[in-house]
Design a protein around this ligand. Structure first.
Ligand code: NAD
Ligand code: MG
Length: 298
C-alpha cells in the first residue's frame, strides 16, 4: 500500500470528481455514508514517531480533515482525545478503534462547540484523561452554502461564528492555562479566507477571522513557549461538502479548478498538522501552511 512517503504523480494520486460525487446528506453528514469514502489515512498514513508521548485534543475528529489529523497524531505516537457532535458517533467510534490499533489511548468526548461550557469542560476532561495537553488541533467547522445575503439568516451567521471562531477563543483560553513550553495550537482556516466564494459569505468571513486570531494569539503566547499556527486547506473531499457546504451540482467538478486538477483527500492535510504539532517546527509560529492543490495564496 502506498503511503505519504512514496513518490507519485500528485495529479493522479487521488481520483478526480465525477457525477458519482453528486450526493446530499443532512448536516453534519457522515463519512461512512459518502461515495467514494474519503481517505483520512486509515490505511495510507504511516507514522515515524514524530509525536512520541504527546497529548493531543482534536476537534471535528470523527471525519474528514480532523479524522486525518487524529489518525496521524496517533500513528506518530500521541494519545488523542476526539471531539465531535453526538450525531456523528458512528464515524467517531471508527476513529477510536483506529487510534487504539495504533497502540495509543483514545477518548471520545462528544458535544456542541457552540456551547462555552462544553469547550471548557472538554479541555478539563482532556487534561484529566491524558495527564495534560501539548497539542490542540482545532479542526471542527461549519459551512453552509447560501447563494444570497438576502437568504442568509442571523441564526446561521451566528452559528457559523460560534462554531468556527468563538469555540477557538474558548478552547485556546482554557487550554493555554494548562500548556507547558513546547505545546502547539493548530487552527484550521481555508483558501476561502483569501478567495471567498460568493455563496460562503459567513463561512469565508470566519476563516479570515481565524487567520487573524491565530497570528495575534501567536504574538501573545510566544513568550510562554507556545506556538500557534494555521492549516489552510483548499477543496478537500469531506462530509462538510456533501452536507450543504456546496451546491450538490457543483460536487461533480469539486476541486477541478485547482492547478493539480483534482480535489484533495483529508490524508493530504495530515502532514501539515503533524509538522506544526511536532518540535520540527520549533521556530515556526503565527504561520499558515496552505495545502490547496496549488491555488495562489498571499
Ligand atoms: P467534516 O465535516 O469532516 O468536519 C467538520 C467537523 O466539524 C464535523 O465532523 C463535526 O464534528 C465538527 N463540528 C461542526 N459543528 C460542530 C459543533 N457545533 N460542535 C462540535 N463539532 C462540530 O469536514 P472537513 O472538511 O474535514 O472540515 C474540517 C475543517 O476543515 C473545517 O474547519 C473546515 O472549515 C476546514 N476546511 C475544509 C475544506 C474542505 O474543502 N473540506 C476546505 C478548507 C477548510
Ligand atoms: Mg463529521
Amino acid at each position: 500500500m502506498a503511503d505519504q512517503y512514496q513518490k507519485q504523480d500528485p495529479t493522479t494520486q487521488h481520483p478526480k470528481a465525477n457525477e458519482d460525487w453528486q450526493q446530499k446528506q443532512p448536516e453534519p453528514g457522515l463519512q461512512k455514508d459518502m461515495t467514494p469514502i474519503p481517505d483520512s489515512g486509515e490505511t495510507s498514513y504511516r507514522g515515524t514517531g514524530r509525536l512520541t508521548g504527546r497529548k493531543a485534543l482534536v476537534t471535528g475528529a470523527d471525519s474528514g480533515i480532523g479524522r486525518a489529523a487524529a489518525i496521524a497524531f496517533a500513528r506518530e505516537g500521541a494519545d488523542v482525545v476526539i471531539s465531535y457532535l453526538p450525531e456523528e458517533e458512528a464515524d467517531a467510534q471508527e476513529v477510536v478503534k483506529l487510534i487504539e490499533e495504533s497502540g495509543q489511548k483514545a477518548y471520545a468526548m462528544p458535544g456542541d462547540l457552540k456551547d462555552e461550557q462544553y469547550c471548557e469542560q472538554l479541555i478539563e476532561d482532556t487534561v484529566a484523561k491524558l495527564g495534560g495537553i501539548d497539542i490542540l488541533a482545532n479542526v471542527a467547522g461549519k459551512q453552509q452554502f447560501v447563494e444570497s445575503i438576502a437568504d442568509l439568516t442571523t441564526e446561521q451567521f451566528d452559528a457559523t461564528f460560534k462554531t468556527n471562531v468563538y469555540s477557538l477563543f474558548w478552547l485556546c483560553k482554557a487550554a493555554i492555562k494548562h500548556m507547558q513550553p513546547g505545546s502547539s495550537i493548530i487552527n484550521t482556516s481555508s483558501i476561502q479566507a483569501y478567495s471567498p466564494s460568493p455563496g460562503l459569505l459567513d463561512y469565508a468571513t470566519t476563516k479570515g477571522s481565524i487567520n487573524v486570531f491565530s497570528k495575534a494569539l501567536a504574538q501573545q503566547v510566544g513568550e510562554k513557549g507556545i506556538r500557534v499556527n494555521v492549516v489552510a486547506p483548499g477543496p478537500v473531499w469531506t462530509p462538510l461538502q456533501v452536507a450543504g457546504g456546496q451546491p450538490t451540482e457543483a460536487l461533480k467538478e469539486f476541486g477541478s479548478n485547482t492547478p493539480l486538477g483534482r480535489a484533495g483527500q483529508p490524508v493530504e492535510m495530515a502532514p501539515a498538522y503533524v509538522f506544526l504539532a511536532s518540535q520540527e517546527s520549533s521556530y515556526v509560529s503565527g504561520e499558515t501552511i496552505n495545502a490547496n492543490g496549488g491555488m495562489v495564496s498571499p
